[in-house]
Write a protein that binds this ligand. Structure first.
Ligand code: SF4
Length: 211
């Protein structure tokens, strides 16, 4: 099997529970909720995506077999972060379209802490170290447990009170990054002030303009 990868880069986690932590990000090509064509986003199941996950043309992008991919991730980590606890974030697109147990086992054998960021439409039994689910209101949500639930806000079809009962350790609201982003930010803060189970998550990397 060849993994299709949009990009692999080192950065600081800018959102959610692990914010501030150094990581290698592996962005898998493709998503099952939008084809990545900007002209078709309006009618996609997920229509507020701000990520380019199409193709394999990003930094360190390409098609990799298992061995090549693990070596590349390790090399990117070692290029700057060698003395830290190794941390890799598998993201996309939708990484569960491609991620398999062999990849996770290989990364863990190199002592990587392996985090997954998924839209929750694909179930998995793979033992990740951290699972962050960010559901989309018009999709069929299947993976309803994990470590971190991150809801892009607002999505009016979600009943946040009901979501609190799901099997997650942390609940984050993240303002939707669209033309109403300022208003979404205020709404997010107001909701979290009034509802102690929810924490705001900001995309600090966007504010700082870092990858
Ligand atoms: S599910 Fe995630 S990657 Fe897919 S289109 Fe939506 S925001 Fe983008």
């Amino acid at each position: 099997m060849l993994y299709k990868i949009k990009e692999i880069f080192k950065s600081i986690q800018g959102e959610g529970y692990h914010v501030g932590r150094k990581a290698v990000f592996v962005r898998f090509t493709g998503c099952n909720l939008w084809n990545g064509n900007i002209n078709m986003r309006k009618n996609a199941i997920c229509n507020f995506c701000d990520t380019d996950f199409a193709g394999t043309d990003g930094l360190n992008g390409g098609k990799y077999n298992l061995d090549q991919l693990v070596k590349k991730i390790h090399m990117v980590w070692n290029s700057t972060f060698s003395r830290e606890k190794k941390f890799v974030v598998l993201t996309g697109g939708e990484p569960l379209l491609q991620v398999n147990e062999k990849l996770i086992n290989a990364l863990k054998s190199l002592n990587f802490y392996v985090a997954l960021e998924t839209n929750g439409t694909i179930n998995t039994n793979i033992k990740f170290d951290w699972i962050c689910v960010s559901p989309k209101e018009n999709s069929l949500w299947k993976l309803k447990n994990g470590d971190e639930l991150k809801v892009v806000y607002p999505q009016h079809k979600f009943n946040l009170k009901a979501l609190e009962k799901l099997d997650f350790k942390y609940f984050f609201l993240q303002p939707k990054y669209d033309s109403l982003k300022r208003l979404n930010l205020v709404k997010t803060l107001n909701y979290c002030k009034l509802n102690e189970n929810w924490f705001p998550s900001f995309q600090i990397h966007k504010v700082l303009r870092i990858n």
